[in-house]
Design a protein around this ligand. Sequence first.
Ligand code: MG
Length: 329
Amino acid sequence: MPDVSMSIAGSPAPPKVTLRELRVRGVHVPLKRPLATSSGTVGIAPLTLIDLLTHEGVIGRTYLFCYTPLVLKPVLELLRNLSAMLAGQPVVPLELDRRLQRTFRLLGNSGVTGMAAAGIDMAAWDALARAAGLPLVRLLGGEPRRVPAYNSNGLGIIGAARAAAEAEELIAPGFGAVKVRLGYDDAAADVAVVRAVRRAIGERVQMMSDYNQALSAPEAIRRGHALDGEGLYWIEEPTRADDYEGNARIARALKTAVQIGENFGSASDMANAIAAGACDYAMPDATKIGGVTAWMRCAALAEAHGVPMSTHLFPEVSAHMMTATPTAH
Ligand code: MG
């Protein structure tokens, strides 16, 4: 076969870097405000810190949020095993992604394996950006700009009075939006919390809500109707995240936008959710979706289907990805 590779005159190629080692550490970070959701409480953040060392001296860095200390050691062990497997490989995210998908095809690419693969992908993109001397957003073809953000560091299931007081603290640094967890004993209690927070933040600050998958689909429709007049920007994960048909029924029934996505395990999950009409908005999680590589596939899907997109956790990398996402909101 003839060699048809081309080079573009005058455009400097990003330097090539080769993976030497993944150096990993586990840390437990106490949260300033332990987060009580309808699905459990998170009091400390078990994090895996990843340094992707290269033969050229550049180090790509990222971290993973493991949700429970129970999986911190297994994730570290898995990454150490993958370090031995990937040593000497070029830092080319699409190739690393292909290789890791093949490695885990029989076991499955979600859960702990997906998390480890995402960490490698994010660290690889960071190494490439550092090698090129560019912020990641420029490497992705975008331009640094301001990205709107909401404050979600609190407002767990803590009751109307405490939620109202906490909401005031959350907007104090200048945030234009906050997110409140719902899933109290009944619809009246959910509405009372939303109204208390609204009184505290005023009309100009946006309010999102999150049920963390607490409700059945019929109950979500009942509560959603009770909340439809409250001006919520979205209702997040009202029912089981992987029940796309149930979420579609809820989205059709409510005036308020339905948001899901933090539990998408791949761009295919997002494609299936969009095909089912399961959400008005989508918010993939950088780690669960599979890192920067998978995020950009989701961004293309969102643009093709006109779905506004936002992020979940990992602001350090997500801000870059949002800036390169056509439907970012
Ligand atoms: Mg959520």
